[in-house]
Each structure stands twice: as C-alpha cells, then as structure tokens.
Design a binder for this molecule. Structure first.
Ligand code: ZN
Length: 413
C-alpha cells in the first residue's frame, strides 16, 4: 500500500481480511469513519524504560503500556536498567507475562549484556535467547570493556542477535548538559560531543573486526552518524537510532525548561540539530526511538546539576517526529513511518508491522490536523517529566486496534 492510498480496511478475527478502494458494507461490521485521517501500522519503539521491576514509583507496567498505546506504539522494547536488572530468563519471562496479562502493547524485553549490568561478566546469551529475546543492552551505561563487547557480539551472532550499545565514554562525560555556550553561561559542567563520538569510534572498530550486529542507540551528535556511514566501516553491520527530542530541541531548551530538558545524551547545538535532521532525511538513520525515561518529580524537580537524566516520550513521539521530519523537513511520510515500524522491528528481530491482507491488526488511526497541548493530567504515563507540556502539538492518535479496538479518543476499552 502506498502513502496516498485511500480506501477501506476489513478486520476480522484479529487479522486484516481485505484492503480495497471500496469494500461492501457487511451487515455485522462495525464501521469506523477514517475520512481525512491517517492509518498506520502499530509503531515499534525499541528504546523504552518501563522501570519494571523496582521503579514502580515512576512507572508501572500498566501506566507505561497505556502511554505506549496512547502514542500509537503497539510494541515496546523494554530496557534492562531496572532493579534488579533484567539479566536472566526468569526475569525476561516475568516481564513478558506481566505485560501479556494486561493485554495492552506487547513487550519485547531487551536484557543486559553483562550480569547485573555491572560490566564484568557476560550474561548467558543462549539461555536468554531460548526465553524469546534476541537484542541485548547495558543501556544507561556502555559496555566499556572492549573484550566483553567483542565476545558479546560474536556470541549473539550465533543466533543472529544484536547488541544495543549506549555510546558514552564516562571519563569524558560527567557534566549535566551539552558542553558549550549555555553550560558556560550557567556555570555548570558540560558533556562534550566526544563523550559520544569516541565511544562510537571504538564500537565501530570492534564491529568491523567480528561478525554480528551492533546497534548504536540515541545518537545525538551528527559526527557519530557520519562515522558509522564512513567508507571505513562499510563492512560492519551497524545500525543507529535517534530520538524525537534531539530532532526538535537544542541546548537552549534548558534555559526555559531547566531540568525537564535534561537528558543523556544532552540536547546539542542548533547546528547539530539541523545536521541531525539532514542525516535522517538522507536515509542515514535506521530507527527513531523515544528513550521514554519516566522519573518522579522528586528526582526531576532539582537543579540542573542534581536532577535525573531523561524525559518521558511515548505520548509525544508521533506528533514530534511528524513535526520535525514531515512538516519542517519535507521527508516522505512512508520513509518516516519506516523509521518507526520496519527499522526498529528489524533491529528487535520481530515481524515487520504492515497493513497488508493477512497482517495482524495492529492499526493506528491518526488525526493529523488536530491542534492541542498536553498537560500533567492529560497523559497516561505515571511520570510527568517532559518539556513538551503546554507546547502546541499537531496530530494525535485517535484509535488503536490490536486484534480488537483497545483505545479510542483517550479511553481504553
Ligand atoms: Zn541510554
């Protein structure tokens, strides 16, 4: 189906039965008027912090998955920096069962690369793979031991797995916001671009020297992506994602939103944001991921120096991505959707979402014209740490089907 297809979709028994310009109205069918709306496959967000287990004061599995559905995300990659960290088959299956009991978005756990996420001993990749996962990450930290990273990549390549790396050189970061004019003006220490790019270069050399797939997540510096795509590393199997907030905001956002705009990696310069947009537009990026990072107000209502890193992102994902890439950059809609469906699905090793006959009914009905702003009481995430409250947003998810209609106009069925 192409982006400007206009027609009818027939859903029956959880599958797409027919897609035609005009379908006859069946007597027992429930008709949904989607005129002037957009219909997408359910989105895949490969980088979400559900905070389960141990972080239930900032998000519960129910609030996290409701936030996902309200954002049009029907599959969530759940990061393992939890308490305790997700590093065993038991913890993987506990998370999958907790999610399936709720019958909301499905969860693909992304367990740790190292036991306890401590960076010292590798997890049992094969046993975890048998538990149903193929992507692994120590997100929140890099796998700083290059020997372990190399061994991890070699081992997961035995079952076509993937290592998702959070690129950061801890000895070079250590600040609170981007290193530059704003940090200087505020008199706080900054995080330089090289805290990311040096680790990207290390990872690329490792990926170049062994089989396996490395995914570099939440890249914020254009040079990181330029390195990945340079001729030197063409044989390495490396993919990358960026976040919506790095496509929409720059470092000046901390002047207005203070700690609500504090995240890791930090918002970069205005010029970096423009170059990042151009790189996404030219097809150099494989996926967009929200890096949804809920935190309680106790953790966020602090000075820029002391507040926790991270912002919520599931419920603003689509309008922000469409604003940055479609409205501002003129990128074709299908190419944008691919970054939120096909790209992340390939990285998580799950079937690509689609709207063809026989596909599962993960369907999102999106109103592209509605203008509104979100406030603290109007979102499903338990945490309210976002710089996007009270900002004009255009476009909103109106309904979501996952075998049945589960969400419509802000209500869950
Ligand atoms: Zn991270």
């Amino acid at each position: 189906m192409n982006a400007d297809f206009h027609g009818d979709i027939l859903i029956e028994s959880g599958r797409i039965e027919a897609v035609e310009p005009v379908l006859p109205v069946e007597l027992d069918a429930i008709a949904v008027d989607a005129a002037d709306k957009w219909v997408f496959p359910g989105l895949v967000d490969l980088h979400v912090h559900l905070r389960i287990p141990g972080g239930e004061d900032s998000e519960t599995i129910e609030t996290g998955l409701k936030a996902a559905i309200a954002g049009g995300v029907t599959t969530v990659g759940a990061m393992p920096n939890t308490d305790p960290p997700i590093d065993s088959p038991q913890r993987v299956s506990d998370l999958i069962s907790a999610a399936s009991r709720l019958d909301l978005a499905r969860v693909i756990p992304v367990p740790c690369v190292t036991r306890g996420r401590a960076g010292e001993r590798l997890v049992d990749f094969h046993k975890l793979h048998e538990a149903g996962v193929a992507a692994f990450s120590d997100d929140g930290s890099p796998v700083h031991d290059s020997g372990l990273l190399l061994q991890a990549m070699k081992t997961v390549s035995e079952f076509d797995g993937v290592i998702i790396e959070h690129p950061e050189v801890m000895e070079l970061s250590g600040g609170s916001i981007n290193q530059g004019v704003i940090a200087g003006k505020l008199g706080i220490s900054g995080i330089p671009d090289c805290a990311e790019t040096v680790d990207v270069a290390r990872c690329l050399e490792i990926a170049n020297s062994c089989p396996g797939h490395l995914h570099l997540t939440h890249l914020s510096v254009p040079r990181s992506i330029e390195l990945v795509r340079s001729d030197c590393f063409q044989s390495a199997r490396v993919t990358v994602d960026v976040t919506p907030h790095h496509l929409i905001l720059d470092e000046t956002a901390v002047l207005e939103h203070e700690s609500m705009a504090k995240m890791n990696p930090p918002l970069r310069t205005c010029e970096s944001r423009s170059r990042l947009l151009a790189l996404v537009k030219s097809g150099m990026v494989d996926a967009i991921a929200s890096d949804h990072a809920p935190h309680t107000m106790v953790m966020k209502r602090k000075s820029l120096k002391d507040a926790a890193f991270g912002i919520t992102g599931l419920e603003t994902l689509l309008p922000l991505v469409i604003e940055a890439l479609y409205t501002e950059s003129g990128m074709p809609l299908l190419q944008i959707l691919s970054l939120l469906t096909k790209g992340p699905a390939q990285i998580l090793r799950i079937p690509e979402p689609g709207l063809a006959v026989g596909d599962k009914t993960d369907i999102v009905l999106y109103n592209p014209d509605i203008e509104y702003s979100l406030c603290e009481t109007g979102t499903f995430s338990k945490s309210k740490n976002t710089p996007f409250f009270h900002r004009k947003l255009k476009g909103r998810v109106e309904a979501v089907w996952m075998e049945r209609l589960i969400y419509r106009d802000g209500q869950f069925a």
